[in-house]
Design a protein around this ligand. Structure first.
Ligand code: PLP
Length: 394
C-alpha cells in the first residue's frame, strides 16, 4: 500500500479481518493490566513461549497497533512507541550502542533537546560522544567511519542543513556502525532513510505524525526485525505510553499525508515571500533556490516540508519586535501543528546549549524558526506583513 493509503487506514481492520458489523475505528485498550488466566497461561506469557498481554508497559494492543502503522509508514520491520521524541532517542542510542565500542558520533546542530540529552549521558554515564561539524564533509565522514554508532538529523533543526545520507551510511557501515536518523522534520512523506540503508529512524510523533498538538510521543523504528534486547531496553527504561495516547496518534495519522502537502505549500509560499522582503537577510529552507545543498536535496528529499528559519537584517532586536507584533502566528515552540508557530530557538529550544555550543552549531541569537501550519498562506503573509511594516526600524 502507498503512504496515503496507509495513513487513511491507520489502525483500521480490513472488512475481512473485522468481520460483519464491526467498528472500523480501533478500540482503546485503556487498561494497565491484563488478566493472566490460569497459572499455566501466566507461565507461557512470562517465559515467552506464547504471546500475551500482561501489563501495558510491556505491551498493549492499541500501542502495538500504532507501532505496526509507524513501522509500515517508514518501511521498517518493527517499531517501539515511546512517551516522547527524546525518550525515543534515548532508547535508540542505547540499542544502537549496545555491544559497540567507539563514540556515538553526532553533529552540533541537532535538536537542542537531543544535544542536552547526549551531554547528560556523557556526564553521568560516561557515554563517549563525539560532536563533529557535518558541513566539513571529509572530517564528518572520517569520524563516522570510526564511530560506535551515529545519530544524525537531516534537515537539521533549526538551520535546515542537510547531511548526505548515502555517503554517511556507507562510511558508518564500512566499520559496522549503526546509523540512527531523526526523521521528525523531514517525515516519511519527504525522506526515506531506510532506502539509503539507515538502521534506525526516530521520530517525535508530537510533531507532524500526530499533527494536532494534543499528544507528546515518539517512536524508534528498525529496518531489520527488533531483537529481544531492544524490547528489554524499551520496556525497562519505562518511557512507554498508554492506549489513549496511542489512539490519538493513530487518529492524527489518518490525515498525515494530506496535512504534509498543506504544511509544505504554506512553508514554500512563506519562504518565497520572506526572501523577497528587504528586511530579511537570509531564508533557510531545504530545496529553496538559496539553499546551498541543492544537490543533496535532489538526491534524498521529495519536498522541503513545513519548517523554515530566517534572519532579519535588524538582528535579535528586530526578531523580538516581530514576534511581539504578530497576531495570527503563534509564538510557541514545536512544529507540525495546525497553527503556524514561530520561535527564537536561541531563547527556547536551544537555550540549554551554551552560547559557545550555539555558535559552533551556527545558531545565531537572531534566528527565527517558523513552523508553517494549515491556515491560508494569504492570512499568514498578511500577518507577517503587518508585523514587519509596523516596525519601521528593521
Ligand atoms: N527531534 C526533533 C527534530 C525535535 O524537533 C524534537 C522536539 O522538538 C525532538 C526530537 C524531541 O521530541 P519530544 O519533544 O517529543 O521529546
Amino acid at each position: 500500500m502507498r503512504l496515503e493509503t496507509r495513513c487513511a487506514r491507520a489502525g483500521c481492520l480490513s472488512a475481512e479481518e473485522a468481520g460483519a458489523n464491526a467498528p472500523l475505528v480501533p478500540s482503546i485498550a485503556q487498561s494497565a493490566v491484563f488478566a493472566l488466566d490460569k497459572a499455566a497461561d501466566a507461565e507461557a506469557i512470562f517465559s515467552g513461549s506464547r504471546f500475551g498481554y500482561a501489563y501495558t508497559r510491556f505491551g498493549n494492543p492499541t500501542v502495538d497497533l500504532l507501532a505496526e502503522v509507524l513501522a509500515g509508514l517508514e518501511g521498517g520491520a518493527g517499531a517501539l512507541v515511546t512517551s516522547s521524541g527524546n525518550a525515543a532517542i534515548l532508547c535508540a542510542v542505547t540499542c544502537a550502542m549496545s555491544g559497540r565500542s567507539g563514540p556515538l558520533v553526532t553533529h552540533p546542530d541537532i535538536y537542542g533537546g537531543s544535544y542536552e540529552l547526549l551531554r547528560i549521558l556523557g556526564e553521568v554515564y560516561r557515554l563517549p560522544v563525539e560532536i563533529v561539524e557535518s558541513a566539513d564533509e571529509a572530517a564528518w565522514l572520517r569520524a563516522v567511519a570510526r564511530a560506535g554508532a551515529v545519530l544524525l538529523e537531516t534537515p537539521s533543526n533549526p538551520l535546515m542543513r542537510l547531511i548526505d545520507l548515502e555517503k554517511t551510511i556507507a562510511a558508518a557501515h564500512s566499520q559496522g556502525a549503526p546509523v540512527i536518523v531523526d526523521n521528525t522534520v523531514a517525515t516519511p512523506c519527504n525522506q526515506r532513510p531506510f532506502d539509503f540503508g539507515a538502521d534506525w529512524i526516530v521520530h517525535s510523533t508530537t510533531k507532524y505524525l500526530n499533527g494536532h498538538g494534543d499528544v507528546v510521543g515518539g517512536c524508534l523504528i528498525r529496518r531489520e526485525p527488533l531483537e529481544k534486547n531492544h524490547r528489554a531496553i524499551h520496556k525497562n527504561f519505562g518511557g512507554t505510553v498508554n492506549a489513549l495516547t496511542a489512539w490519538l496518534t493513530l487518529r492524527g495519522l489518518r490525515t498525515f499525508a494530506l496535512r504534509m502537502e498543506a504544511h509544505h505549500r504554506n512553508a514554500s509560499a512563506l519562504a518565497d515571500w520572506l526572501a523577497a522582503r528587504p528586511e530579511v537577510a537570509a531564508v533557510h529552507y531545504p530545496g529553496f533556490r538559496t539553499h546551498p545543498q541543492g544537490d543533496v536535496f535532489q538526491r534524498q528529499m521529495k519536498a522541503g516540508g513545513g519548517l523554515l528559519s530566517f534572519e532579519l537584517r535588524g538582528g535579535e532586536e528586530a526578531a523580538t519586535r516581530l514576534i511581539d507584533r504578530l497576531r495570527l502566528i503563534v509564538h510557541a515552540v514545536s512544529l507540525g501543528e495546525p497553527e503556524t508557530l514561530i520561535t527564537l530557538p536561541a531563547r527556547s529550544s536551544h537555550r540549554g546549549m551554551t552560547p559557545e555550543a550555539r555558535r559552533q552549531a551556527g545558531v545565531p541569537d537572531s534566528l527565527l524558526r517558523l513552523a508553517a501550519g494549515l491556515e491560508s498562506s494569504a492570512d499568514l503573509v498578511a500577518d507577517l506583513e503587518q508585523a514587519m511594516s509596523s516596525a519601521a526600524a528593521y
